[in-house]
Design a protein around this ligand. Structure first.
Ligand code: TYM
Length: 334
């Protein structure tokens, strides 16, 4: 089986963008591949973080993976910082990656702009750590949302550069991975602005629906979300980004086709559509929330999942790391 690797940062709650853009895709694909899903806690400190919440956030993401339907027969769940090969490979890749490749990363530029003088070297370095995550496992595919596309291109460029400098065409050190980005759901937009993406870092919690939001909060957020005053509802009208986003959410969460949704909703007003969207969201999230709450209280179980994940991941990662060091000419360790 070909291999998949992907990950989510343990920074606060996951939202519908993370779920529809990434995790639900992992769940749909998992039986076809051998999967590694990482809680990328080393990435979580590239912007200022709170040490008091990192442990709980790490457990929370692992529990959400399971609650969303990742199964341990097809998939391995592990914590990035538990496999030290990630930190080691990132250094080796740092030294072969041109600085200007990083400086043009859109996400770096956006995040750096928000932070002014406090930008860490780690934030600039972040995409190389992501490349290390992927390349250590010889992943063929990386299922992510649209916003990670540029990072995947960088990963491919780094792998190709390393291969051409330090290995032969017949026996390349790294496998060049392909992104898997969905046609729909790859870019879920904010509830407060249909032109910017739903994001954990938006200062307003009303701009996103978190997977663990209780029903009354979901009703409230959808009731207050931005709409427009045009008559009827429609997809794909550039002048109505909020309308398109909300209809897309309804389509994805209800499992209906776009055609059926258009039929059902085109003559609706917001007063009729919003409660429908809220109820559909709640119906989709309730089973995930129930499963989550039963798992998150059982730290003993979660520890055993993550320990097993670490052992499986480490074996593969260390093998790749040895190959990399050998090709760079390092003296073997004793
Ligand atoms: P992160 O934690 O920001 O997001 C996790 C996943 O959710 C997707 N996503 C979205 N999809 C659709 N609409 C949105 N509004 C939306 N917001 C987020 C992201 O594309 C991502 O797939 N750098 C990564 C984590 C990472 C990683 C990796 C991913 C580290 N190493 C190796 C894949 C492979 C990140 O910060 O994702």
């Amino acid at each position: 089986k070909q291999r998949i690797l992907s990950g989510v940062q343990p920074t606060g709650n996951l939202h519908l963008g993370n779920y529809l853009g990434a995790i639900s895709n992992w769940v749909d694909l998992q039986q076809k591949y051998e999967n590694f899903f990482c809680v990328v806690d080393l990435h979580a400190i590239t912007i200022p973080h709170d040490p008091k919440t990192l442990i709980e956030d790490t457990y929370s993401i692992a529990a959400l993976y399971l609650a969303c339907g990742i199964n341990l027969k097809d998939s391995t769940i592990f914590v990035q910082s538990h496999v030290s090969a990630h930190s080691e490979l990132v250094w080796l890749l740092n030294c072969i990656t041109p600085l200007n490749w990083l400086e043009r990363m859109i996400q770096f530029k956006e995040k750096a702009l928000k932070q002014g003088e406090n930008v860490s070297v780690g934030l600039l370095n972040y995409p190389i750590l992501m490349a290390a995550d992927i390349l250590l496992y010889n992943a063929s595919y990386v299922p992510v949302g649209e916003d990670q596309k540029q990072h995947l291109e960088l990963t491919r460029d780094i792998a190709a550069r390393f291969n051409s400098k330090f290995s032969t065409l017949e026996n390349p050190v790294f496998k060049i991975p392909e992104p898997l980005i969905r046609d729909s759901g790859a870019r879920v937009m904010s509830l407060s602005d249909g032109r910017s993406k739903m994001s954990k870092s938006d200062s307003s919690d009303l701009s996103r629906i978190n997977l663990l939001d209780p029903p009354d909060l979901i009703h409230k957020k959808i009731k207050r979300c931005k709409t427009d005053s045009a008559k009827g509802l429609e997809f794909d009208n550039n002048d109505r980004p909020e309308c398109n986003n909300l209809l897309n959410l309804y389509t994805l969460l209800s499992g209906k086709t776009k055609q059926d949704v258009l039929q059902e909703c085109r003559d609706m007003g917001w007063g009729q559509f919003k409660p429908l969207l809220a109820d559909t969201t709640i119906e989709a999230l309730t089973p995930i929330q129930e499963k989550y709450h039963s798992i998150i209280t059982d730290k003993y179980y979660l520890d055993s999942v993550l320990k097993e994940g670490k052992d499986k991941a480490e074996t593969i990662a260390n093998e790749t790391l040895s190959k990399v060091k050998h090709s760079l000419g390092y003296l073997c360790s004793f």
